[in-house]
Design a protein around this ligand. Structure first.
Ligand SMILES: NC(=O)c1ccc[n+]([C@@H]2O[C@H](COP(=O)([O-])OP(=O)(O)OC[C@H]3O[C@@H](n4cnc5c(N)ncnc54)[C@H](OP(=O)(O)O)[C@@H]3O)[C@@H](O)[C@H]2O)c1
Length: 249
């Protein structure tokens, strides 16, 4: 990938940036010139590997242990990132829990945990980011293709949580537009990661649900996020974008 330097001089925080879409997005933003902070929970070594890869690109990076399920840690990650990097221009709300299963199996603890990460944590991190961002700021939230089309049973809790991202994005766009800050949502289709491996038991059915008949890659999601983070997307806000191989078509 050739860098066009669209994010030179900018800083970004990617939640859940130790693996999968978050890690690849952190690297993609760094390739465009951004200094990057990533959060993680369990993957300290993996997060530090992302830091080293960003540094190898000549950018600054920091890995922060911050559990999005913890209200203080979710909001605090923003201040820690801004302090480490000097400012915060781009927030990518990527961290999420992907619990699937029959409706009757979802316990109250499951509901509370998933909503704490996928909804409350996203809200609190966005709120904290809005407080420190200046004009040109970007809030990009990773939703899911299941907000556009639920292909089968087992997704009630996850789909509900990811649909909250849409309301948040539209409302943030209205709230922050006057300050020159944009908010957008990106809905990945089936993407080959630990959360949804392309060789998993449900993978063939998921691939068949897309128009392209295949899983996507984290890089294909990251490239859309990088576009939305850059100056060419300055007039794009309150919008949803599918990068789903035609899952919603
Ligand atoms: N893969 C797909 O097919 C797909 C499809 C649609 C949407 N998405 C969305 O894309 C995003 C990334 O998914 P992915 O497939 O890359 O997932 P993944 O491979 O499971 O990676 C999840 C990342 O989030 C971090 N994380 C998990 N729980 C966290 C918490 N409580 N606080 C902070 N960080 C946490 C993990 O860090 P640790 O390793 O440190 O735990 C890891 O870096 C999610 O929002 C997901 O819902 C994925």
């Amino acid at each position: 990938m050739t860098s066009r330097g669209t994010l030179n001089g900018r800083t970004a925080l990617v939640t859940g940036g130790s693996r999968g879409i978050g890690a690849v997005t952190a690297l993609r933003l760094a390739q465009e010139g951004a200094d990057v902070a990533v959060t993680y929970v369990r993957g300290k070594d993996a997060a530090e590997e992302v830091v080293r890869a960003v540094e190898a690109l000549g950018r600054r990076a920091v890995a922060l242990r911050a559990d999005s399920a913890d209200a203080e840690e979710a909001a605090g990650a923003v201040d820690r990132a801004a302090e480490a990097l000097g400012r915060l221009d781009v927030l990518v709300n990527n961290a999420a829990t992907g619990l699937m299963g029959p409706l009757e199996d979802m316990s109250l603890a499951d509901v509370d945990q998933l909503l704490a990460v996928n909804v409350r944590g996203v809200f609190l991190t966005s709120q904290a980011a809005a407080a420190v961002m200046t004009s040109g700021g970007r809030i990009i939230t990773v939703g899911s293709c299941v907000t556009q089309r639920v292909p089968g049973p087992g997704a009630t809790l996850y789909a509900m949580s990811k649909s909250a991202v849409i309301g948040l994005t539209k409302a943030l766009a209205r709230e922050l537009g006057g300050r020159g800050i944009t908010a957008n949502a990106v809905h990945p289709g089936p993407i080959d990661t630990d959360m949804n491996p392309a060789d998993g038991p449900y993978a063939p059915a998921q691939a068949a649900m897309t128009a392209l008949g295949r899983f996507g890659t984290a890089a294909e999601v990251a490239s859309l996020v990088a576009h939305l983070a850059g100056p060419e997307a300055a007039y794009v806000t309150g919008a949803e974008f599918s990068v789903d191989g035609g899952h919603a078509a």
